[in-house]
Design a protein around this ligand. Sequence first.
Ligand code: BG6
Length: 516
Amino acid sequence: MSDTAERHPFLTGLSKHRGAPATCLVIFGASGDLTARKLLPALFNLGVDNLLPARFTLIGFGRKPIPDDEFRSVTVKEISKFSRRPFNDAIWKRVEADTHYQSGGYDDPASFEALKARIDSLQAAAGQEFQLVFYISTPPGVFADIITNLGAVGLASRALGTDRETKVIIEKPFGKDLSTARELNAVITRHFEERQVYRIDHYLGKETVQDLLVLRFANAIFEPLWNRNYVDHVQITVAEELGVGTRGGYYDTSGATRDMLQNHTMQLLALTAMEPPVSLDGEAIRDEKVKLLKAIRPLSLDADNPDFVRARYEEGLVGGDKVPGYTQEKDIPADSSTETYCALRFNINNWRWAGVPFYMRSGKRMARRVTEIAIQFKPPVGGLFDSDTRYDLAPNRLVIQIQPDEGTTLTLNSKVPGLEPRTQPVKMSFRYATTYGSDTPEAYERLILDCMVGDRTLFIRGDEAENSWKIFTPLLDHWKAAGREGLETYPAGSWGPVAADRLLGSRGHAWRNAGM
Ligand code: BG6
């Protein structure tokens, strides 16, 4: 990769995307759920926006033998079902004509030789060398096999050092604790340079997550307040209404903490709390995130003052419908000790944040689907309005709603018009849908495109993944040893267990469920 590609600045607009070289994208796990729901629709929508490289070849790779034609018609069916914009034959026809399928075993070097031969014959037919992008969207058990085999057959090092060198996108979960993440990084670095590696966290591709940097660093009014002198505490919520659905087999080995907090929620915390980067260069932003992760104090596991609450849902009502408890879901063992909810209290040991609690929680089967970051400011000094019950006052709060109904809201106090001296909290609100319309690209569109042009800003660096696991691994080990002891419950459709209220209550804080 050239220096120029590495220096692609963040948020520079679409012009940078026009330069993607002729690309062959190989999806491992082509018959999987993610390919159907996210990857194929993302490619289609890039096609609609005319953002695919002028020459684009797609190869689906999977264990099941499927003829090319059948795979092509599956792509049409899945795009029609899952794309945010209606399927359009004229647009997909060009990609479909260059769509192929290769079956093989992920641990079978001969299958990778066959893949290489297929790529070479497609290149020869096109009369052009391709940039190779490998998207690993399989279950994590075969990540290392795929990477090793790509290295062994020489595909990993194709065109190394040029602007069309091979790239590899690796889906989550990236390891299941610190040692497995380190092992995976070690396998990767045996075959790839770090600059070829794109560890995905799709939350980074969400428009509102990218806007966080703009909000913080393109507005002069927030930065002076963004510290322990003015911020009382921060709450990050990633709540889902959905249960585990058909993913019980995977989920029970993962749990909310590995599935959501270690990656997605931690990224939100890092972008909220990090220092201003020296530039919008991808490495500068990732450097700041890593520094922030390193400043987080180890979580207290002390039974008298723990920094965590874990729980799982029981039967309850979601949207008026009765839903089963976690252990009644498909593929969940009755004696499971997996958490579907986790709340944590973090302390950041640096000059900016010392003494400011950062709370985060994520759960399935909660009262509402909402992802938000709420910065609560300290009360004004002086207490001029404290003495009279007619003064209804709320803390100033900046809420960045990542999804749904994307937007930002600032809570202020105002005087109620009239002769009585009354006050009331009011909201200043900006909504994406009203300002920009609701046709925003999905995270995977942005991320696949960024990879094709060599911009790693919105991907996780190896040391970033490890530093995040360093924070979570002692907690996960602690729970493993404890089994079901200390695992709380909450009714499906609620805001989580009572113990999570105590986690904040002990510091005089409360989750802002009512205001949601
Ligand atoms: C995935 C998790 O990474 O993110 C899922 O594995 C979760 O369990 C999903 O449902 C949530 O993503 P989003 O974009 O719908 O918030």
